[in-house]
Design a protein around this ligand. Structure first.
Ligand code: AMP
Ligand code: MN
Ligand code: MN
Ligand code: MN
Length: 273
């Protein structure tokens, strides 16, 4: 229930992603590109062709105070005006942000990274940190994508540029108005202390959030039981997704992560197919 394509920062086209999933034996898959629904039509048609159930989704970038959260919307209607207009608005800032990231990297001795990242982004409107990380890896400035984030691009590192994304309220409204189910992506990635975490989960729930990811390629396996407990305690549905970006870049291929524990209610349990 969480995968990327070349419409954001994935390495496979929507069709290639669906075909990979079908080959792996996956029976249902979501495409959840960052801040865009532009790949959903292609993925839907590839899924019909491959005999796989397709779940149209999106992963929205959200600013909650100083923390960037990702909220996945599942079963969204890509034609929804509210969702489309909202996503259009948050994409606009990416170009200027990329220029600021490039300027910070130039100060650190890495010239020409805007052009490098730009060349690697198939969808120029979605230029993001992953494209910078890939460029820095290709030029040998770092040994891999993870090192690019750890050394330069992650929050607190010298080429991190803070940015205002959607508010939590907006993101949840756009997803809900498009008929989708809002799911908090990889809650273990935000590094919030328990009190802030509970405040964030309470805000998410109050504003219409319905589920959290428990089993995800962005959690370490030893974190699953923690987020399972949180889902049960806070009354959230649970989701499972690879957060697949491409071979060699993601810990899990689609369809290879463990099942959700039977005590959890999966997000897909309410969907009719
Ligand atoms: P952006 O939306 O441009 O800020 O890029 C966010 C994307 O960068 C995420 O969806 C991940 O694909 C990737 N990313 C963010 N933080 C890390 C990290 N610490 N390590 C590896 N990839 C990361
Ligand atoms: Mn990503
Ligand atoms: Mn994410
Ligand atoms: Mn993701």
């Amino acid at each position: 229930m969480h995968n990327h394509s070349t419409l954001s920062d994935g390495l496979l086209s929507p069709t290639e992603l669906i075909e990979l999933a079908a080959r792996t034996g996956v029976t249902a898959i979501a495409l959840t590109d960052h801040d865009t629904t532009d790949g959903l039509a292609e993925a839907d048609s590839a899924a019909r062709h491959a005999g796989v159930t397709f779940v149209p989704g999106v992963e929205i970038s959200v600013s909650w105070g100083d923390t960037t959260l990702h909220v996945v919307g599942l079963q969204v209607d890509p034609e929804s005006k509210s969702l489309k207009d909202g996503l259009d608005a948050i994409r606009i800032g990416r170009h200027g942000r990329a220029e600021r990231i490039a300027a910070a990297l130039a100060k650190l001795g890495h010239e020409g990274t805007f052009e490098g990242a730009w060349a690697l982004a198939e969808n120029k409107a979605m230029l993001g940190r992953t494209h910078f990380a890939r460029h820095l890896t290709e030029t040998g400035a770092v040994k891999d994508i993870q090192a690019a984030f750890d050394k330069y691009l992650a929050k607190g590192k010298p080429a991190y540029v803070s940015h205002r994304w959607a508010s939590l309220e907006e993101a949840l409204r756009w997803i809900t108005e498009s008929g989708g189910t809002p799911v908090l992506a990889h809650p273990g990635r935000y590094k919030l202390k328990p009190m802030m975490r509970d405040e964030m989960l309470a805000d998410f729930k109050r504003l219409g959030g319905q589920g959290i990811e428990v089993v995800t390629g962005s959690h370490r396996p030893e974190e699953y039981s923690h987020w399972q407990r949180i889902a049960l305690e806070h009354g959230f549905l649970a989701s499972r997704g690879a957060d697949y970006h491409g071979r060699g870049e993601s810990p899990a291929e689609p369809g290879t992560l463990p099942q959700l524990h039977s005590s959890l209610t999966p997000v897909w349990s309410h969907w009719a197919h």
